[in-house]
Design a protein. Structure first.
Length: 268
């Protein structure tokens, strides 16, 4: 698919086959402010896709539309070949789209296992008693986290006592644990140190090895070039283009972000 600076993918253009998620001609305004104008993109199954752009470019708005937080004004979204119009994040999660936000959405005073099972608690005993099956949830959580890190925190520890990297891994594990097919991550290593950043990046790469599709929003271009297969660039609410990561350089992506490059077309 060719993506031009005037808007990627006009309404009615055929979208590429085999995409995990396809967005075509997405528009979103907040009053007089146009947040997204004729935005199109597609995610290739089993790839890590990067989404970059300056503050206010429309990245968060696009992610919120994909994940069901916001309704689009116009346009089409297909997930696994089926048109979708999620009315809530719960509907998106039920379809296999999980989002890890920058604030992680963890409850600090709850335990590790309680956060991973938040909203999906297991019940044991007679139905009318609604007794939480804490032992099974703690055991399952431990096994889930072992898939991502060797140093698993105590299951009864409140997450507010853990390091930033440990909390991020819990959020990612929670997203991956429930049959997800697409995981969206918003600034997954913001405020983490070098060692914790690399550990979280390895978790992200491990999800790709499992065949999941991932969309990563990050201001860290070094990170984008380390972990992604493809990069899409938003500028002022318009999709400027895409590049295969191994076929481009940071200077080109910076030019696309800032507008120094003109007439940019996408790379298939």
């Amino acid at each position: 698919m060719t993506v031009e600076s005037s808007g990627a993918g006009k309404r009615g253009d055929p979208m590429p086959s085999g995409a995990a998620l396809r967005a075509a001609s997405i528009n979103k305004s907040f009053g007089a402010v146009v947040a997204l104008h004729d935005v199109s993109m597609n995610l290739v199954p089993g790839e890590i896709t990067g989404l970059v752009g300056d503050n206010g470019a429309g990245k968060s708005t696009l992610v919120k539309i994909i994940s069901g937080v916001l309704r689009r004004d116009a346009g089409l979204i297909e997930f696994d070949g089926t048109p979708v119009n999620f009315g809530s994040p719960a509907e998106a999660r039920a379809s296999g789209i999980e989002t890890v936000y920058q604030d992680l959405a963890l409850v600090g005073n709850l335990t590790v296992w309680a956060n991973l099972y938040l909203g999906r608690e297991l019940i044991t005993g007679p139905g009318y008693l609604n007794i939480l099956d804490k032992q099974t949830m703690a055991s399952n959580t431990r096994e889930m986290l072992k898939q991502f890190q060797s140093n698993v925190p105590p299951m009864e520890a409140p997450v507010e006592t853990l390091s930033g990297g440990q909390r991020q891994v819990i959020s990612i594990a929670r997203a991956a644990a429930w049959g997800s097919r697409l995981i969206i991550m918003d600034e997954p290593t913001a405020a983490l140190g070098v060692a914790e950043t690399r550990a979280v990046e390895e978790v992200i790469l491990s999800l790709r090895r499992r065949g999941l599709s991932l969309l990563v929003i990050s201001h860290n271009l070094d990170q984008i070039f380390r972990i992604t297969d493809r990069i899409w660039v938003l500028r002022r609410g318009r999709m400027i283009g895409q590049r295969v990561t191994k076929e481009t350089l940071p200077d080109e992506i910076v030019s696309m972000i800032t507008g120094a490059a003109t007439g940019v077309t996408g790379a298939n």
